[in-house]
Ligand binder design. Structure first.
Ligand SMILES: [Zn+2]
Length: 283
């Protein structure tokens, strides 16, 4: 951990970067959801803490298309529970802080998230500025191979609270086949990435427009196991601000605030509210 003085000076440097940024890339991983009360599934222990009924099975064992084939009640028990959880949890106050900063950027912003919880949509970020690199649990596709995806709004799965298995009828495609979430699972050759590709295209088009600008990326709770969000932020940013309590070393050319997303965003927001450049919009 950095000394309190070093941490203060890193906060000040991060606020200075944000105040002088032309454009903002928001990169979010599982740690972003923790402050909204969502589990992050860190390792088997983290997974079993969230889902004690799955003791002995790993996240990857359950979160794969094969489970939809061999034990659909288990697969939908897991994803149906998460869908209910994501609907019930409210995005924490850090989302609104980010949206306020983002809307003040002279050259706009983009959100890249590996979370499938739909919370940036819920926090009223415009859909055309969100890139969900692992898909979304709020959209479904056919498990039998039909080419369409559709919103999961009408889906209600009742879960047995002891076994975490689905005990109601399972979601179906219009062809009658089993439906599955339109997100990237482990060992997943069947993910329909139509939404993903459209989002990625919009992200890349925006990135082109800010090539010569001071693009600051703020990365929140992004993990190292599947480091897509980290790599994207590192690649795109003029300067990177990484918020992650699991990290000890700052990224190359960037800053590390080893704190949770909500705590870090709240502190930075208080500093920016005092900042003459950010306050006046005089950039
Ligand atoms: Zn179908």
């Amino acid at each position: 951990m950095p000394s309190p003085t070093a941490l203060e000076s890193d906060y000040a440097a991060a606020a200075e970067l944000l105040a002088n940024a032309d454009a903002l890339l928001i990169g979010a991983g599982a740690g972003m959801g923790v402050d909204s009360g969502l589990p992050a599934f860190r390792g088997n222990h983290g997974f079993w803490t969230a889902y004690p009924a799955y003791q002995g099975q790993s996240f990857a064992d359950i979160a794969c298309p094969e489970t939809f084939s061999v034990d659909p009640q288990l697969a939908w028990g897991f994803y149906g529970h998460r869908l209910n959880l994501y609907r019930q949890a409210a995005p924490h106050a850090g989302f609104a802080i980010l949206r306020r900063w983002a809307e003040a950027m002279p050259h706009g912003y983009f959100v890249m998230t590996s979370n499938v919880d739909g919370h940036f949509h819920r926090a009223r970020f415009p859909p055309e500025r969100i890139y969900e690199c692992h898909g979304s649990l709020h959209h479904l596709q056919c498990h039998e191979g039909c080419p369409d995806t559709w919103p999961a709004d009408a889906v209600q799965v009742d879960i047995d609270p002891h076994t975490f298995r689905a005990r109601s009828a399972l979601p179906r495609c219009s062809c009658g086949g089993l439906a599955r979430p339109n997100l990237l699972m482990f060992c997943d050759g069947g993910w329909l990435d139509t939404r993903y590709r459209a989002q990625q295209r919009r992200y890349r088009d925006w990135l082109e427009t800010v090539q010569d600008r001071r693009l600051v990326a703020i990365e929140l709770g992004a993990g190292t196991a599947i480091a897509t969000v980290r790599h994207t932020c590192e690649y795109a940013a003029w300067r990177l601000i990484r918020l992650n309590p699991q990290d000890t070393e700052p990224p190359a050319g960037g800053l590390l605030l080893p704190v949770g997303a909500l705590a870090g965003l709240t502190r930075l927001d208080a500093m920016l509210n005092q900042h003459p450049v950010f306050q006046s919009g005089n950039r």
